[in-house]
Design a binder for this molecule. Structure first.
Ligand SMILES: NC(=O)C1=CN([C@@H]2O[C@H](COP(=O)(O)OP(=O)(O)OC[C@H]3O[C@@H](n4cnc5c(N)ncnc54)[C@H](O)[C@@H]3O)[C@@H](O)[C@H]2O)C=CC1
Ligand SMILES: O=C(CO)COP(=O)(O)O
Length: 349
């Protein structure tokens, strides 16, 4: 089958490998002509996946219309802040019966919208049931090397998710379907904030106790905001929640964690982002999440501390002191997710 993948960075390219391994012809859309020429000519993508060979059945395109022409399955894998612009280009070019899968982990900073909302807005002809999101613990570098990986695909309809499960699944890439689009999108996006925090903490030498605390309390605040925005809380106990949080906070491949490490060395944010040469989604998501949490009246102390370090020149050591010195609280309230009760609403959570 012919499948279009929009975005020839690390993730779009690695997903093309999975689809090619499964016998599909991949139309990989690259924005830059030089990258398309490198993929089609040398069969490499040295900047994003050094040392990997691009399968022959992956063909790079620079014209988005050509890449999706006559294709009924389209994967979107570009940085979150460019999804609106790419989806707008896609609108009108998309086959009327096409299925779309996005694999993007971020929130639109300008509007606070999730990626499925951005795509549906830009492509009014696309029915909900034909859109799905892929997320979970899946560093492109490992997927490209065919190391065992598990992900989830959440759809607005069972068939919208199952179609992608059939196309993507193989012995190295296991795909579970899911019905909670909101939770899967938010889990994949918000964990990047915590990974920046863990990078900062590791870089400052705060040790393993601090890392475990950030991950655990980070998951708590992800679930709290997610629940308020309509997610199913248990989604955060799955691959798109704790699974992705673990891999991003502990892997040497994570760009978000690496950004935190570099910030801990005292390097300015602009320099860190330029030096990475790839997207660091957590920087944008931190801004979006802090705004969303303020509007929703949900406390997110770790996201706020990360925001202060990223954008307000807060010293990371002081940020940790502030986190540690917050008013004493209960760790967890049994009926937190079930709505108000005397005990659960007795103090601020
Ligand atoms: N790299 C990974 O391991 C994984 C990444 N993701 C997500 O996939 C999304 C894409 O990330 P990566 O591929 O890793 O980023 P990347 O930085 O490796 O590549 C981004 C690609 O998008 C292109 N691009 C930038 N601006 C664009 C625009 N305005 N229009 C079209 N293309 C544009 C770049 O030229 C580049 O080819 C992100 O949301 C990321 O969180 C999800 C899972 C794993
Ligand atoms: O989402 C990812 C792995 O699941 C990739 O994380 P980074 O963007 O931090 O590299």
């Amino acid at each position: 089958m012919d499948i279009a993948v929009l975005g020839a960075g690390s993730w779009g390219t690695a997903l093309s490998f999975v689809l090619a391994d499964n016998g599909h012809r991949v139309h990989l859309w690259a924005r830059r002509k030089e990258l398309a020429a490198e993929i089609n000519g040398r069969r490499t993508n040295e900047r994003y996946l050094p040392g990997c060979t691009v399968p022959e059945s992956v063909q790079a395109y620079t014209d988005l219309g050509e890449a999706v022409h006559g294709v009924r399955h389209v994967v979107l894998a570009v940085p979150s802040q460019t999804v609106g612009e790419v989806a707008t280009q896609l609108n009108g070019q998309l086959e009327p019966d096409a299925y779309v899968l996005h694999a993007v982990k971020g929130i639109d900073v300008k509007t606070g919208r999730r990626m499925s909302e951005v795509i549906l807005d830009a492509c009014p002809g696309l029915e909900h049931r034909r859109l799905a999101v892929l997320s979970g613990p899946s560093h492109a570098e490992e997927v490209a090397r065919r190391l065992p990986t598990t992900v989830v695909v959440a759809g607005f309809s069972p068939q919208g998710a199952e179609v992608w499960q059939r196309l993507l699944m193989n012995l190295r890439f296991r795909v579970y379907t899911h019905s909670d689009v909101v939770g899967v999108e938010l889990g994949g996006s918000l964990k990047n904030i915590i990974a920046i925090g863990v990078g900062l903490s590791d870089g400052l030498g705060f040790g393993d106790n601090a890392k475990a605390a950030l991950m655990t309390r980070g998951l708590h605040e992800i679930a709290r905001l997610g629940f308020r925005l309509g997610a199913v809380p248990l989604t955060f106990a799955g691959l798109a929640g704790v699974g992705d949080l673990i891999v991003t906070c502990t892997s040497r491949h994570s760009r978000n964690r690496r950004a935190g490490l570099m910030l801990a060395e005292g390097r300015p944010l602009d320099e860190v982002l330029q030096g990475m040469g790839m997207v660091v989604e957590g920087v944008y998501t931190t801004r979006a999440a802090v705004e969303l949490s303020e509007k929703a009246g949900v406390e997110m102390p770790i996201a706020k501390a990360t925001f202060a370090v990223l954008f307000e020149k807060e010293n990371p050591r002081r940020a940790v002191e502030e986190l540690m010195g917050r008013t004493p609280k209960q760790e967890w309230v049994a009926d937190l997710w079930q709505g108000p009760s005397d005990w659960s609403r007795g103090g601020d959570l």
